[in-house]
Design a protein around this ligand. Structure first.
Ligand SMILES: *Cc1c(COP(=O)(O)O)cnc(C)c1O
Length: 362
């Protein structure tokens, strides 16, 4: 499993100057980064080098046509100080699926895993010690041809950097169900973690914030009838004691947190349905008092409880978080397994640097 990653260690580690009690979210970067280039149909030599700038030409294709995909994952520390990764192979498979949709090459899973393990192991001193904190890992790939011709690039850069992040105290979010803008249409790129999806969501999110809402609840692009996602998270509702979440239809990001939560809920004896959910069903359930919970799920916050949803001028207010059962339970399951407080029955946790043959050569 050794791809002979060439490692050039920094001579000026910034680690001793880090104030782990006051981490700026996403603006402080660990000592090293991983980089591998794709040239002439082949992945070149993988390298780990000190975190720093890269040079690109103004004609870099990613800047013009947006061939860029990314991932977001976390490494956490167990109580006894081990650096742990959570389902890293799922992130490898997803970035490859995203890349394929944008006509970009796939990075073999064995290289991805080797890179993440080696980088996190090298910079594990950057994992914040307090529970709820993490080392956020950002793998990404972008076109690196210099050309303004519209076609898939022939060269790409795949990189990974990491940043320590503090505990994410997500307060319950107020949602605005969006009936003007859309996030994803059937046949589009909604299922890919593509940079452009985020660009397209910025104006609607800003407009929602200007009206006093935290996030957009995305509805389908054809009828504005079916619920898709919330902001950059997957959405779950609890109706009549049953957990419902939109099925993966091609427009919904295949969240790894979503998948983990569904697994925990089913094994915990909860009924979970993956299906189409009309916004009218949510309105109805709120009216008759059976809508007891709603929450967003994603790597960053794990779970963000929904405080209220504005739809067509009507505000639906949900019960206070203290009265909720399922969302808090799901969050404690994920955090419990990650911290070592709960047993890892699924084998989802793996210590950084210990590949154990988990990688599959593609
Ligand atoms: C990344 C992302 C998610 C959450 O995925 P996780 O694997 O759980 O982090 C959900 N929706 C969108 C649009 C995303 O980009």
């Amino acid at each position: 499993m050794n791809h002979n990653i060439t490692i050039k260690k920094t001579e000026n580690s910034r680690l001793s100057s880090v104030d782990f009690d006051n981490l700026p979210f996403g603006r402080l970067f660990s000592d090293h980064m991983f980089v591998i280039d794709y040239i002439d149909g082949e992945w070149q030599e993988p390298q780990i080098v000190p975190y720093g700038t890269i040079e690109i030409e103004p004609s870099n294709m990613a800047l013009h046509y947006g061939q860029a995909v990314f991932e977001g994952m976390k490494a956490t520390k167990t109580a006894d100080g081990k650096a742990m990764l959570f389902r890293p192979e799922q992130h490898s498979r997803r970035i490859n699926a995203s890349a394929s949709r944008l006509a970009m090459p796939e990075l073999p899973e064995s290289i991805f895993l080797d890179a993440v393990h080696t980088l996190v192991d090298l910079d594990k001193g950057w994992i914040p010690p307090t529970e709820g904190s993490a080392l956020y890992i950002r793998p990404f790939m972008f076109a690196s041809d210099h050309s303004v011709g519209v076609r898939p690039s022939s060269s790409y850069k795949f990189m990974i950097f990491t940043c320590p992040v503090g505990p994410y105290y997500a307060k319950p979010v107020k949602l605005l169900a969006e009936t003007t803008y859309v996030r994803a249409a059937m046949g589009g790129v909604g299922e890919a973690k593509a940079a452009g999806n985020y660009a397209a969501a910025m104006l609607p999110s800003l407009l929602a914030q200007q009206q006093g809402y935290d996030q957009v609840l995305w509805l389908d692009a054809k009828e504005f009838k079916y619920v898709q996602e919330v902001g950059t998270m997957n959405i779950f509702f609890v109706i009549d004691g049953k957990v419902v979440t939109p099925m993966l239809s091609g427009t919904i990001l295949r969240g790894i947190t979503r998948n983990s939560i569904i697994t925990f809920l089913k094994e915990g004896g909860y009924e979970v349905e993956e299906r189409r959910i009309a916004i009218d069903e949510i309105v109805e359930a709120h009216k008759n008092g059976t809508l007891t919970e709603a929450f967003g799920a994603g790597t960053a916050a794990v779970i963000s409880h929904v405080a209220s949803i504005l739809y067509m001028g009507e505000e639906m207010i949900l019960p206070p978080v203290e009265e909720r059962e399922i969302g808090p339970w799901a969050k404690s399951q994920i955090n419990g397994v990650r911290s070592g407080r709960l047993p890892d029955a699924k084998g989802w946790l793996i210590e950084a640097g210990q590949l154990k043959g988990a990688a599959v050569e593609v």
